[in-house]
Design a binder for this molecule. Structure first.
Ligand code: TYD
Length: 209
């Protein structure tokens, strides 16, 4: 596929949302045909799935159901939006993708990584990112940012341990595949993080011509 597929991953409070918007703006200014999207969601059907996942009334939602809903949203996004954009030579910048399933449902909740990989493979038809930017931040710092200045210790210990596993999962995946992953220290001021991301992405895009 001639396009370039970039994903942003990271634990809660890593600042992905701001960073991805600023990065997309920069790439557009450089003349790239950029599609910015996110998971779950990114299509009309995917946004309905996102609403089911996010509905606090769905307390009966089973973990396996949740896993499959993430894959359903992803399958729709890949076929409806990502593949066509990449085939036309564009750049895709996606806020979370399959690695979120491995980090959260796999490393975080303990589901078998091989089983998850085969579900992901089915959902995506094997579409993998060319570059994955990991915005890494200390778990307590991230959760503190997420609760807008609240004390981290208001969150129960389970939440902290769960997010520690998620973070370790990300770091492990990044270590195993250094060709695809680049880890960025997201504890730096946002403008500095943005400058680092731009440098990495622009040099990757230049390499690919
Ligand atoms: P979102 O509101 O987009 O949060 P964030 O700004 O942190 O990306 O919610 C996405 C949540 O869903 C986030 O907690 C990570 C989780 N998630 C999974 O557990 N598995 C997945 O496959 C995906 C895509 C997301």
């Amino acid at each position: 596929m001639p396009g370039v597929f970039i994903t942003l991953e990271g634990p809660e409070g890593s600042g992905k949302t701001y960073q991805i918007a600023a990065l997309s703006d920069c790439l557009r200014q450089q003349g790239y045909d950029v599609l910015q999207t996110r998971e779950p969601g990114g299509t009309a059907i995917g946004d309905q799935v996102r609403a089911i996942l996010g509905n606090l009334e769905n307390t009966a939602m089973r973990p396996r159901t949740e896993i499959l809903l993430f894959q359903a949203s992803r399958a729709q996004l890949v076929e409806e939006v990502l593949r066509p954009h990449l085939e036309s030579g564009g750049v895709v910048v996606c806020d979370r993708y399959a690695d979120s399933t491995l980090a959260y449902q796999g490393y975080g909740h303990g589901f078998d990584l091989e089983q998850l990989r085969s579900l992901i493979d089915f959902a995506t038809g094997g579409l993998k990112p060319d570059l994955t930017l990991l915005l890494d931040v200390d778990v307590r710092e991230g959760l503190r940012r997420k609760t807008r200045g609240g004390e981290w210790n208001r969150l129960d210990a389970y939440a902290v341990e769960f997010h520690e596993r998620v973070r370790r999962g990300y770091l492990e995946m990044a270590r195993q595949d250094p060709q695809r992953w680049v880890k960025v220290d997201a504890a730096q001021p946002p403008e500095q993080v943005q400058a680092v991301l731009r440098e990495i992405v622009l040099s990757r895009l230049a390499e690919r011509g």
